[in-house]
Design a protein around this ligand. Structure first.
Ligand code: DI6
Ligand code: FE
Length: 395
């Protein structure tokens, strides 16, 4: 049955800026937006619903998270406040490796329950699509366990989930001092990952405390051979020219990018690779090197904004807080930040035709907010979620 939603201002994010339609209406049928425009021009509909004068935005798309993991790392937070650096903790066997031990020890149900609590929080605050990476299992069994939990979250929580295999995240203890062998082992896991149908993409952590470009290539070649698109954690802590490498594989996105240089920007612009900015990690690690936002903007590179939710570098769940950080720390405009959490997040996941804007033909994923203007969502340092949330037309 078609329903006309009316009496709301729309921020559609179709085209430049907010794409505002004042006093707008949306016709929804079969879970999709059929028509979007000014109420005065709205088509006839058997059923109508009054949205009470709020603002409607697309549901948020959080295109980079590590939402499924065992335990947490509050103890390391304390250590860092006593003077240890993220790299020192990682090199001393803490960091990602400690989460790996807890993730391996956790059952499917334990992982599901803890991640579901986090995802409920995000969903209540307007996230209708989320990407979830593996990367804390680091062997075939536990990586697939994490990916299966991510899939189950999507099925049971009513959020659209895209999964990413991040086997090349850290070297597990059984491969200590054999990093190159581990990279080959991860490449050899790709056929089974592809066969399982549990991963929509492949990611890697190319950095000084992560993997070399040659190791990343090995895994990307395997991904390509099995039809899986790639993306990369690039230039987070050092400039390893990972973004250019990612672009050469037609990567969907390159993420973090604090140390990105002009060549990397040009390569991303040429390949259409989305820049995913992660200000919560920048904030939590007290980084000082800003990603080159002005140069990315000037080069016309699409910029998405995401939480990077993970236990080590970004225990962040609230999209409004991340939106504010994107503006305050990275100098995005509020319109860019909101487009980054909707349209560009969808583009970074290859979902640009599916969701991320309020346009006819897309999924009816939208939130109704009680605000005066869209920038209110960004201006407050965190804040309440939307009054109503719809995904595929279902509230
Ligand atoms: N970069 C990050 O910020 C996260 N992973 C990565 O490659 C951190 C993950 C963690 O510390 O657990
Ligand atoms: Fe990350």
């Amino acid at each position: 049955m078609a329903i006309l939603y009316e009496n709301a201002n729309l921020a559609t994010f179709a085209g430049a800026g907010y794409g505002v339609v004042e006093d707008g209406a949306m016709l929804v049928a079969d879970g999709r937006l059929v028509w979007v425009g000014p109420r005065a021009d709205a088509p006839e509909a058997a059923s109508r619903e009054d949205l009470g004068g709020g603002w409607v935005l697309p549901g948020f798309v959080d295109c980079h998270t590590h939402l499924v993991f065992g335990g947490d790392r509050a103890d390391e937070f304390e250590k860092r406040l006593e003077g240890a650096s993220y790299e020192e903790i990682a090199r001393a066997g803490g960091g990602i490796k400690s989460t790996v031990a807890k993730t391996r020890a956790a059952s499917f149900e334990d992982l599901f329950d803890s991640a579901a609590r986090r995802l409920h929080f995000m969903a209540d605050r307007g996230v209708t699509t989320v990407e979830i990476k593996s990367g804390y299992g680091l062997d075939a069994e536990n990586e697939l366990k994490q990916l299966a939990v991510a899939r189950a979250l999507g099925e049971r929580l009513g959020v659209r989930v895209r999964t990413t295999f991040l086997g090349l995240h850290a070297v597990p203890p059984e491969f200590a001092d054999r990093q190159a062998e581990y990279a080959a082992h991860v490449a050899a896991m790709i056929p089974a990952v592809a066969r399982s149908g549990l991963a929509d993409a492949v990611d890697a952590f190319a950095d000084s405390i992560g993997f070399t470009n040659a190791e990343t290539r090995l895994v990307f070649d395997a991904a390509r051979a099995h039809g899986l698109p790639v993306k990369l954690h690039a230039e987070q802590l050092t400039n390893q020219r990972g973004a250019a490498l990612a672009a050469s594989y037609g990567a969907m996105s390159a993420d973090h990018l604090e140390h990105l240089d002009a060549d990397g920007i040009a390569a991303m612009a040429a390949s259409g690779t989305v820049a995913v900015l992660l200000p919560a990690a920048f904030y939590f690690l007290r980084d000082t090197k800003l990603p080159p936002v002005a140069a990315l903007r000037a080069a016309g590179v699409r910029m998405a904004l995401a939480s990077d939710c993970n236990p080590g570098s970004a225990p962040a769940l609230d999209p409004r807080l991340v939106l504010n950080m994107g503006c305050t720390l990275f100098r995005l405009t509020p319109a860019e930040a909101l487009a980054g959490y909707t349209r560009e997040g969808a583009n970074a996941l290859g979902l640009g035709e599916t969701c991320g804007t309020l346009e006819a033909g897309k999924a009816a994923d939208f939130c109704v907010w009680d605000i005066e203007r869209p920038a209110d969502l960004v201006y407050w340092i965190g804040g309440p979620g939307p009054r109503r949330i719809f995904r595929n037309g279902e509230e």
